[in-house]
Write a protein that binds this ligand. Structure first.
Ligand code: ADP
Ligand code: GN1
Ligand code: MG
Length: 369
């Protein structure tokens, strides 16, 4: 639940024509507080999204919004240049404040941003069919393609070492050693499972250090529910949640799609027997992603697509585990063992991927030919 409300002083700080009608909390993200607000513009009801940026997690919200403005501005320019008629529905549009800034600050100094509301589309927490998997992956690949040659300085790192799996592992080790909430006794099997896989945490970092896989502008949070799917055409219309759009590896983005769009179970499903990597969904992800990204990815990237799914699933499992041991201070939780349930689904998915990894790799080779 949002603990915040959207106050008039915040709404009034944005340049929006017409009259404010109403607002309510919206969406189910783990980090920010999101609201939808309706305005009357000469009799037409128009909606906007407002978000309070979590400044405990994003310590430099102005730099973050600078990234988002640059990325969405570039995407919009490229879409218009390509003759796409509905460019403002294909990328987020940041609302300017009355001072011309990409955010408004409230009385407590908290940062709020506004976006045009993408109408006629929605996000999904569970993948419904192969078509959706294809479309979601195509949209995230398309996003990488749109920002591939972003002009100007390197983007700010809004969270340093965000996908540094080694440092995520080391932080978990510290949380295990501290066992601040006395929770370790109940999760020994999970800790063993992760320790047995320490040998994979450096693999992409090593390839990157050797220059075999390049740094790119990536999204870094390519959950299925961060892409809006059109209600009528079922195409992936717009990639959202750009807080972590920054320098990264293309494989982090593909890996998080495998994590969130191949299993028929929710990320926090308490019954882990429902969790599994479904090959038809994986195939659709590979085809959709390569339809956009195939032209710029190198061979090392393509040959690690299957591996990236396993790695990122393990990495996010490590993060849920760390948060569980530290007392649920990072991810929003709705029940006492919420992070534990999340941890267990991730490990079940890693296991399912391992059981099918050879077949996944063969499939990538076939499709990439
Ligand atoms: P979080 O970082 O908390 O996950 P998101 O940016 O993903 O927040 O937004 C939460 C939800 O709000 C999304 O899943 C989506 O349903 C909705 N949403 C976000 N931005 C828009 C938008 N511009 N238009 C319509 N819906 C949006
Ligand atoms: C968070 O904001 P949201 O819910 O899209 C998290 C991601 C995790 C994800 C796990 C900034 O994403 O890194 O993969 O939860 N975002 C941040 O569901 O930490
Ligand atoms: Mg989100």
């Amino acid at each position: 639940m949002n603990t915040q409300t959207l106050r008039p002083e915040v709404i009034g700080g944005f340049q929006i024509p017409g009259n404010y009608i109403e607002s309510r909390p919206y969406g189910g993200g783990h980090i920010n507080d999101t609201f939808v607000a309706a305005f009357s513009q000469a009799g037409t009801r128009v909606r906007y999204i407002f978000q309070r940026i979590n400044d405990r997690i994003f310590t430099d919200p102005a730099a973050l919004m600078d990234n988002i403005q640059r990325v969405t501005g570039e995407a919009h320019r490229r879409l218009v240049a390509a003759g796409v008629p509905d460019a403002s529905r294909r990328t987020l549009t940041v609302l300017p404040s009355r001072d011309g800034l990409p955010y408004v600050r409230d009385k407590e100094g908290k940062f709020w941003r506004g976006y045009l509301f993408i109408e006629g589309a929605r996000t999904y927490d569970i993948i419904q069919n192969e078509r959706q998997a294809y479309e979601a992956a195509r949209a995230f690949g398309g996003f990488q393609s749109l920002v591939a040659s972003l002009p100007g300085q390197r983007l700010h790192e809004t969270i340093p070492d965000f996908h540094n799996t080694r440092s995520r592992y080391e932080r978990l080790k510290q949380a295990v050693a501290a066992d601040a909430k006395g929770r370790l006794a109940g999760v020994g099997a999970e800790w063993d499972f992760i320790q047995r896989r320490e040998n994979i945490v450096d693999r992409l970092l090593d390839l990157s250090a050797k220059g075999e896989i390049p740094e790119r502008v990536t999204h870094n949070d390519t959950k299925l529910n961060n892409v809006m799917i059109d209600d009528a055409t079922e195409t992936g219309v717009c990639v959202i949640d750009l807080d972590t759009a920054m320098p990264g590896l293309a494989l982090y983005d593909f890996g998080d799609m495998v994590r969130t769009a191949t299993s028929p179970a929710l990320e926090d499903e308490p019954d882990v027997s429902k969790v599994r990597m479904q090959m038809p969904m994986f195939e659709a992800l590979v085809r959709g992603y390569l339809s956009e990204a195939g032209s710029f990815l190198n061979e090392a990237e393509i040959s690690h697509l299957a591996f990236s799914g396993k790695l990122i699933t393990l990495e996010i499992g490590i993060r849920f585990f760390t948060d569980y041991l530290e007392g649920d201070v990072y991810f929003k939780t709705k029940r006492p063992d919420h992070n534990l349930d999340r941890l267990r689904t991730q490990l079940a998915l890693v296991k399912s991927i391992e059981e099918q990894e050879d077949a996944m790799e063969n499939l990538v080779r076939e499709v990439a030919k």
